[in-house]
Design a protein around this ligand. Structure first.
Ligand code: DX5
Ligand code: ZN
Length: 223
């Protein structure tokens, strides 16, 4: 299994989005955090920004929707050309129907879980999703410390997916850095979001390389 690196542009230089995306051309995706100031106490961008960066075709776009009523808004992000659309379990009214709608638009679909949300209710429906996003911070802001308490959730998802032979990606988001990426990889995560670690480093490209190297080593040891 190879790691997927998806840097979050939340804390990049927003006035130069194209330049900032070009800096991470060696990444697998660009992770775009959509926040509505209701589901989380922060506000970012919406559909027009996603449409505009999809059109530049620099990297596949991994949308993380931290919004209320994703049932209403999420399919449009898939339709806009996002490669992956993740909505939150806590916000969705009909997560299985929504997952189907997103897949029907040709995008991968992810289910996000806040740190205090149990995976238990979703273990029987994992095949409805391409990815489970285990948040390792309370969603809303970059630069918060990694919650190691979430490793057990990652292990449970990985075990359940293996048992049923599902090709399920497990994304980890929040506090991922050189110091924490191997812990998450060893627990079973394979898609790594890193915001401040990448954009607060001197060389974003090199940081992506280093995170990939560390994750690859940890995943190799683990398998
Ligand atoms: C937080 C966002 C993250 C954020 C991560 O709610 O979902 O994607 O950008 O930032 P770091 O890597 O700094 O924790
Ligand atoms: Zn995110």
């Amino acid at each position: 299994m190879k790691p997927t690196i998806s840097p979050s542009i939340l804390n990049c230089d927003i006035a130069d989005l194209v330049g900032e995306l070009n800096k991470i051309s060696n990444a697998d995706y660009a992770h775009v955090d959509i926040m509505d100031n209701h589901f989380v106490p922060n506000l970012t961008w919406g559909l027009p920004v996603v449409e505009s960066i999809v059109a530049r075709d620099i990297l596949p776009i991994d949308c993380h929707l931290m919004i209320e009523d994703p049932d209403r808004w999420a399919p449009a992000y898939a339709e806009a050309g996002a490669a992956s659309v993740t909505f939150h379990a806590e916000a969705a009214g009909a997560p299985l129907r929504l997952a189907k709608e997103i897949r029907a638009q040709g995008a991968r679909v992810g289910l996000g879980l806040k740190p205090t949300t149990d995976i238990h209710d979703y273990l029987d429906v994992l095949d409805a999703f391409d990815m489970i996003l285990v948040m390792t911070v309370e969603p809303g802001f970059g630069g918060q410390p990694f919650l190691e308490s979430q490793m057990n959730k990652i292990r449970r998802v990985r075990q359940a997916a293996n048992k049923r032979d599902l090709e399920l990606a497990i994304q980890v988001d929040g506090g991922i850095s050189r110091q924490t990426i191997q812990t998450a990889a060893e627990a079973g995560a394979d898609v790594f979001v890193a915001g401040s670690a990448v954009y607060r480093s001197d060389d974003a490209y090199q940081e992506v390389e280093e995170l990939r190297r560390l994750a690859t080593a940890a995943m190799h040891n683990h398998s």
